[in-house]
Design a protein around this ligand. Structure first.
Ligand code: HEC
Length: 161
């Protein structure tokens, strides 16, 4: 009787590990996955090196960004950026505190800092001690699409935990 519980717990752990590896396997096998979206709705970017998201709050960019996000990022960061049950960080948190900055200039600088971090992280990926936590997306996603994804993620910020 007294041994029943540990055995039960071990079985649960094994089932948990199986589910986790099944969830992770397809993501790692096929990544990075270029999204199949129509980017023609996006205005061409005037300054490719620009540090601030040029599409912030633009509904068309948000729609394209959402489609691209759900194809390329959701496997790890959650469908519609809801990361509550996902292995990777909640992207809605990046720059969310900028919304509470009352002074317009400071608010813009805060958003630009967050944009720079977002774009450079997506382009470079996340590789730590030789282990790829996230693939680099440079050459796979255009700058336009990265900013469109950023615009989508930002509109979801109110729902972040
Ligand atoms: C294979 C899984 C995977 C995919 C696909 C993926 N990411 Fe990530 N991403 C991660 C992981 C894991 C981390 C955290 C890595 C770390 O900090 O060690 C991360 C971190 C990030 C960060 C930094 C988060 C922070 O809080 O600092 C950004 C930004 C990001 N990803 C954006 C994206 C975008 C945009 C896409 C889609 C184009 C994407 N990721 C696709 C796994 C993934």
């Amino acid at each position: 009787m007294s041994r029943a519980r540990p055995r039960h717990a071990r079985r649960l752990t094994a089932i948990g590990l199986l589910i986790a590896s099944a969830l992770m396997a397809p993501a790692h096998a096929t990544l990075p996955l270029p999204p199949d979206v129509d980017s023609s709705a996006l205005r061409p970017i005037v300054d490719p090196e620009g540090e601030t998201n040029p599409y912030r709050d633009e509904p068309r960019a948000i729609a394209v960004g959402r489609a691209a996000f759900n194809q390329s990022c959701a496997a790890c960061h959650g469908i519609d950026a809801d990361a509550s049950r996902s292995p990777a960080p909640d992207l809605r948190r990046i720059g969310r505190s900028c919304g509470r900055v009352p002074e317009p200039d400071l608010k813009r600088r805060c958003q630009t800092d967050a944009d720079v971090y977002f774009r450079s992280t997506v382009e470079k990926g996340k590789i730590k001690l030789g282990i790829e936590h996230m693939p680099p997306w440079k050459g796979i996603l255009s700058t336009e699409l990265i900013w469109a994804i950023r615009s989508f993620v930002e509109t979801s910020q109110g729902r972040a935990k």
